[in-house]
Design a protein around this ligand. Structure first.
Ligand code: SAM
Length: 376
């Protein structure tokens, strides 16, 4: 008796970008958990590989990942795989015909792409590889410009650019489902951002943080070290209402010296609100306030769905907090003027965790940067 695999027990292949490697698994895991799904990578999973096989998902689950991820490039319904082309062929020929046939029919159009990781192939070699796939019964017409279905042969030549094997170490073939949101890295680049500062967070990393924090539409998200609001920009892209605080009056009010070359002072509308307006999410701007994160201003019972932040930590930005004459060695004539004093790393960290413990909804996430010294 033939064993039929329903479309829910299909295996999917995710092709990941080879940057921010340590952040990829938490991103995909967080996005799946938004749908209440665990990540099942099966045995022999290699986290550093650019190709992951995922089990136990539906095409809708995969589409939901791809609608948000900036770590993954594309997703495929995996039809076959193997260490050699012969193993791939055996695997493909075993794949249930009823799963393939809807995409191979006469009245449809298709194209086959070849993607190689860690090796560049000549055009002729690509064509040869495509021709060699003839054993699959493609009945439709080839249409390179606007095909109804796209298939992809993906070859993995390992991760060592100094030791590229002649033959791929592993090969996959599948039906393309969707691309990820890598385009956001370009479209939201801080290079073209209206209001930036010296420590504006990179667009790709901001989106990764928003994904790790599982930020979703109608959430209320808070950044206690908001700076120029890069993290708010990413969170509002996913539909969250956003607010923040910063100790720096000039940053919050968008005044003072500009961070751009060839520009001395900030323009009249260089502020966080204008950044959200630039990307069409101004309606999700709640507000930003001047405030010292070491002295919380929020009433008990105020709850955020996520807290997402890039504290100063003294690496790219000096760490200061407000104090009074009592706890400072600095003497001022006018006691109303707040005294600036060192804000130590351990205090920033403790304050952030304590604050989050009190002001996050149950299950809400705090996502923040913590500098580490890798050799240790
Ligand atoms: C690394 S920057 C954040 C950059 C921000 N993510 C962006 O994209 O522009 C850290 C921010 O923390 C602010 N800051 C420093 N000490 C603070 C404190 N005690 N309370 C609140 N903000 C503080 C700085 O003014 C700076 O804007």
């Amino acid at each position: 008796m033939a064993i039929h695999c329903s479309r829910t027990c299909l295996q999917y292949l995710i092709h990941l970008a080879h940057d921010n490697v340590d952040f990829r698994l938490p991103e995909i895991r967080a996005l799946l958990s938004l749908r209440g799904k665990p990540i099942d990578t099966g045995e022999n999973f290699k986290e550093k590989s650019p190709f992951w096989r995922l089990n136990g998902l539906s095409e809708e689950d995969v589409n939901s990942i791809m609608a948000r991820t900036v770590c993954a490039k594309s997703a495929f319904e995996l039809w076959g795989h193997g260490r050699t082309h012969s193993e791939l062929r055996t695997s493909l020929l075993k794949y249930p015909t009823e799963n393939m046939s809807p995409f191979l029919q006469k009245d449809s159009t298709y194209k086959i792409n070849v993607y190689t990781f860690n090796k560049t192939l000549e055009f002729e070699d690509r064509i040869k590889k495509i021709d060699a796939m003839e054993y699959l019964s493609f009945e439709g017409r080839v249409n390179l410009r606007n095909p109804k279905h796209i298939f992809c042969l993906l070859e993995d030549y390992g991760t060592d650019p100094n030791d590229i094997p002649d033959e791929p170490l592993y090969i996959y073939f599948g039906r393309w489902i969707a691309d990820g949101q890598r385009e956001l890295i370009r479209s939201h680049s801080v290079k073209n951002r209206h209001f930036i500062g010296n420590t504006s967070m990179d667009a790709g990393l901001s989106f990764i943080m928003a994904n790790h924090a599982r930020v979703k539409a109608y959430d209320l998200v808070y950044d206690p070290f908001v700076g120029t609001g890069s993290l708010l920009v990413a969170c509002s892209h996913f539909g969250a209402y956003v607010c923040g605080t910063d100790i720096d009056y000039n940053t919050i009010h968008g005044i003072g010296k500009a961070s751009r070359k060839n520009q001395k002072w900030r323009g009249p509308d260089e502020n966080i609100r204008a950044n959200l307006r630039q990307y069409g999410s101004e309606k999700l701007y709640v507000d930003v306030l001047v405030s010292d994160a070491s002295k919380p201003i929020w009433r008990d019972g105020v709850l955020f769905d996520a807290i997402i932040t890039d504290p100063p930590y003294g690496i790219r930005e000096s760490t200061r907090r407000t104090g009074s004459q009592k706890d400072s060695y600095v003497f001022l004539l006018n006691s109303h003027v707040p005294v600036s004093m060192a804000y130590h790393l351990s205090d920033i960290f403790t304050d952030l965790l304590n604050f989050s413990a009190h002001h996050l909804v149950i299950g809400g996430r705090l996502v923040y940067w913590l500098p580490i010294y890798r050799p240790e």
